[in-house]
Structure formats: C-alpha cells, structure tokens
Ligand binder design. Sequence first.
Ligand code: ZN
Ligand code: ZN
Length: 117
Amino acid sequence: MAESAEDQIDPSVPPSGSGCLDCLEAGGWWLHLRRCAKCGVVGCCDNSPSQHATRHARSSGHTVIRSFEPGEDWFWDYVSEQFFEGPGLAAPQHHPLDQPTPGPAGRVPPDWQSHLH
Ligand SMILES: [Zn+2]
Ligand SMILES: [Zn+2]
C-alpha cells in the first residue's frame, strides 16, 4: 500500500455544512451523505443521483470518506475498497436530525426512488 488511509484523515477539519456541498450549489438532492475525512467536504452517496462524494474523491485524490448519517461512524477507503474504524472527527458528526432523508426539504421529486443508482 503506497499511502496509509490514516494519511487521508484530518480529525481537526469540520464538515463543510449540513448537506452535500455540490447539490446545494446546483439545486440537487441526495439520499445519504458522506464526509471527506481529509478536507471535510460533504458529498452525496453513490445511490444519490449525482454521486458527489465519489466524484470528490476522484477529483481531489482524497481517498477516505466517513458516513455523515446519524448513528453511523464507519469509514470507507476507496483505495482498498474496505470499511474500517477510524478516529473521532471534528463536530458535527452527522447532518442535523431534523433534516429529511432524502434531502434537502423541498428539493426531492415525488418519484425520487426512480432516480437512485
Ligand atoms: Zn450531491
Ligand atoms: Zn476532500
């Protein structure tokens, strides 16, 4: 392994916000949220229409994400394609509990399930 997953984690960086950064800018919506463990960018999962978390990993070279869903603390390494347990990250640990899934409120189409990957 060229670079350890730990080098891809910066526990001091807070998440970029409460929702997918790119979806919020583009007016999109997401199913579940992930957080870049290196720079804190919040992106949407691979089931979401735009798959921004994986796109961020590919474009930035940041290869570790952590779930940004309440009650989930797993990390995923795109290099080894393995889940693993990592350190605690800067708060908040997940999106606000009153934020709907899928989200954000008001942007999810009625036929959202047909848009999932
Ligand atoms: Zn997104
Ligand atoms: Zn990043």
